[in-house]
Design a protein around this ligand. Structure first.
Ligand code: PXG
Length: 465
C-alpha cells in the first residue's frame, strides 16, 4: 500500500534516494544496499511511512518536536509571514518585526540576566558563534591570552568545525583532523558507564574536578570557557549525579571561566523548565539554542547572551565580524514565535514538570526491572535504558559495543516505536504533548521491544538462556 501523499512507490523513492542523496551520519553504501525508510506525513506524536505504517515518534523528530507534528497554527503563521516579508537580512542596521518579537519573547522566558540573543540557523552554527564570541569577549576584556575552550569527552555540540571540536566524539574528530587548536576535553559525568567504582555523589565531584585539574594544567590565565550540555543528549542521555553541576559552577566562578550551557536539547521544556540550566540551578554566561525553539518546523538557532557578555560587546565597542545570511530569518522567527506561543498557552513546560513527565518517568524507570536492562533513567521527558548481558554482574557489557543497540532499535521500529540507540542503550525524547494514553503505548512498545531483543539474544547465545 502507498500513502495518499506519495508521488512514487516506496521502491522508487529508495532508488532515487540511493542514487542522489548522501545522508547525515550514515554509511551511504550500507544504506543504499538496504534502502531508506520513507516518512511521508506526521500528526501529533505519530509518523506515517510510505507503506502506511505508523510509528510513535519517541525521539520528537531529532529531539526537537516539542509541540508535536502538524500544528496548523505554525503553518499559518509561517505562510502569513512569507506573504508579508519572505526574507530580509538583519545586517547593516536593519531589523524586522518577527525577529524583534522573537528576541523579546526569548528574553522574557530566559533567566533574568539573559536579555539578548544572536540568531543563526542551527545548533552547530550556534556553537560556532559561541566559539568566536568567548574568545572575542576575553579580547575585549583585555585578556586575549584566555583562549582555551574545554569541552567533555562524549559531549555533542554539532558537526561544523567548532561544533565537532567542542564536542568529544572521537570518531568525529578522526574525520577532518579535529579538534581545532586550543580545544581540550575532560571526563564526562557518566556514572553507569565510567563511575561505578565510586558512589554517584563522589563520582560527580570527581568528574567535575577533572575540569579543575585541566584548568590547573593549562593555567587559569589561558582558559576562556567550559562548554557542556546540562544532560548529554546524543552521548546517551547522561544524567549527571546531583553533586556535579554545583561543583562545576564553583570551579568556573573561582577561576573566572565563562560557562556555556548547551541548551540545544535540554532547552524549551525538555527537563520541565524552559532551560535545562534552570533544572540544575546552573548559572551560565551563554546558552546555545536550536531544535525545540521552533519545534523543528523551520530551522532556527541562536545564542542566548547574558548581560555579562553582552555588556562587554556593547560597552567596549567595535564590530563583531560574525553572522549568517539567515540570522533571524523572518519565516523561521514566525515559526518559533508561534511554537513558543503554543508552549505557553498549553503550559507544556509545566506539564513536563508536573504531569506527563512524572507519569512517564514512573513507567520508564519500572522497565529497569527487565532482565536486559542494567539501568533505566529519566529526567523530564528524556530517558535511557542501558542494555546489559548479565544483570547479576553490573560491570559486564556487550561486545562489540553497539550491535545490540542497533538490533533493539530495528525491533523497536518494527514495533512502531522510534527509539534512538546510543551504543547499547535505548533513548527516548518524545514530544512534550504526549498524552497519558500515548505514554502507555510508548512503554508497552518499549517493553515488547526489550522482550523480543532478549529472546533474539538468547537464540544467538549472547546471553545465558
Ligand atoms: N548541541 C547539542 C547539545 C545538540 O544535541 C547540536 C548542538 C547541533 O545542532 P544542529 O542543529 O546543528 O544539528 C546538537 C544536535 C543524534 C543527533 O543522533 C543529535 C543532534 C543532531 C543530530 C543527531 O542524537 N543534536
Amino acid at each position: 500500500m502507498t500513502a495518499a501523499s506519495n508521488r512514487y512507490p516506496t521502491a522508487e523513492y529508495r532508488a532515487r534516494d540511493a542514487a542522489h542523496h548522501m545522508h547525515p551520519f550514515t554509511d551511504t553504501g550500507e544504506l543504499n544496499r538496504e534502502g531508506a525508510r520513507v516518512i511521508t506525513s506526521a500528526r501529533g506524536v505519530w509518523l506515517t511511512d510510505s507503506e502506511g505504517k505508523q510509528y510513535l515518534d519517541g525521539m520528537a523528530g531529532l529531539w526537537c518536536s516539542q509541540v508535536g507534528h502538524g500544528r496548523e497554527e505554525i503553518v499559518e503563521a509561517v505562510e502569513k509571514q512569507m506573504r508579508e516579508l519572505d526574507y530580509y537580512n538583519t545586517f547593516f542596521k536593519t531589523t524586522h518585526p518577527p525577529v524583534v518579537e522573537l528576541a523579546d519573547k526569548l528574553a522574557s522566558i530566559a533567566p533574568d540576566n539573559f536579555n539578548r540573543v544572536f540568531f543563526c540557523s542551527s545548533g552547530s552554527e550556534a556553537n560556532d558563534t559561541v566559539f568566536r564570541m568567548v574568545r572575542t569577549y576575553w579580547d575585549l576584556m583585555g585578556k586575549p591570552e584566555k583562549k582555551a575552550i574545554i569541552g567533555r569527552w562524549n559531549g555533542y555540540h554539532g558537526s561544523t568545525l567548532a561544533g565537532t571540536s567542542l564536542g568529544g566524539m572521537t570518531a568525529m574528530h578522526g574525520q577532518g583532523d579535529l579538534p581545532v587548536p586550543g580545544v581540550h576535553h575532560v571526563a564526562q559525568p557518566y556514572w553507569f558507564g565510567e563511575g561505578a567504582a565510586m558512589d554517584p555523589g563522589e563520582f560527580g565531584i570527581w568528574a567535575a574536578r577533572e575540569l579543575e585539574r585541566k584548568i590547573d594544567e593549562l593555567g587559569e590565565g589561558a582558559v576562556a570557557a567550559f562548554i557542556a550540555e546540562p544532560i548529554q543528549g546524543a552521548g546517551g542521555v547522561i544524567i549527571p549525579p546531583d553533586t556535579y553541576w554545583p561543583e562545576i559552577m564553583r570551579i568556573c566562578r573561582e577561576r573566572d571561566i565563562l560557562l556555556v550551557a548547551d541548551e540545544v536539547i535540554c532547552g524549551f521544556g525538555r527537563l520541565g523548565r524552559w532551560f535545562g540550566s534552570q533544572y540544575y540551578g546552573i548559572e551560565p554566561d551563554l546558552m546555545p539554542i536550536a531544535k525545540g525553539v521552533s519545534s523543528g518546523y523551520l530551522p532556527i538557532g541562536g545564542v542566548m547572551v547574558s548581560d555579562r557578555v553582552a555588556d562587554a560587546f556593547i560597552e567596549k565597542g567595535g564590530e563583531f565580524f560574525h553572522g549568517y545570511t539567515y540570522s533571524g530569518h523572518p519565516a523561521c522567527c514566525a515559526a518559533a514565535l508561534a511554537n513558543l506561543e503554543i508552549m505557553q498557552r498549553e503550559k507544556l513546560v509545566e506539564r513536563v514538570a508536573d504531569d506527563i513527565g512524572p507519569y512517564l518517568q514512573k513507567k520508564w524507570i519500572a522497565l529497569g526491572d527487565h532482565p536486559l536492562v542494567g539501568e533505566a533513567r529519566m529526567v523530564g521527558l528524556v530517558g535511557a535504558l542501558e542494555l546489559v548481558p548479565d544483570k547479576g554482574a553490573p560491570a559486564t557489557r556487550f561486545a562489540p559495543v553497539g550491535e545490540v543497540g542497533t538490533l533493539a532499535r530495528d525491533i523497536s521500529f518494527d514495533n512502531g516505536l522510534v527509539m534512538r540507540a546510543v551504543r547499547d542503550s535505548m533513548i527516548i525524547s518524545p514530544p512534550l504533548v504526549l498524552t497519558h494514553e500515548e505514554a502507555d503505548e510508548l512503554v508497552e512498545r518499549a517493553e515488547k521491544t526489550l522482550d523480543e531483543t532478549y529472546s533474539a539474544l538468547k537464540k544467538q547465545g549472547r546471553i545465558a538462556a
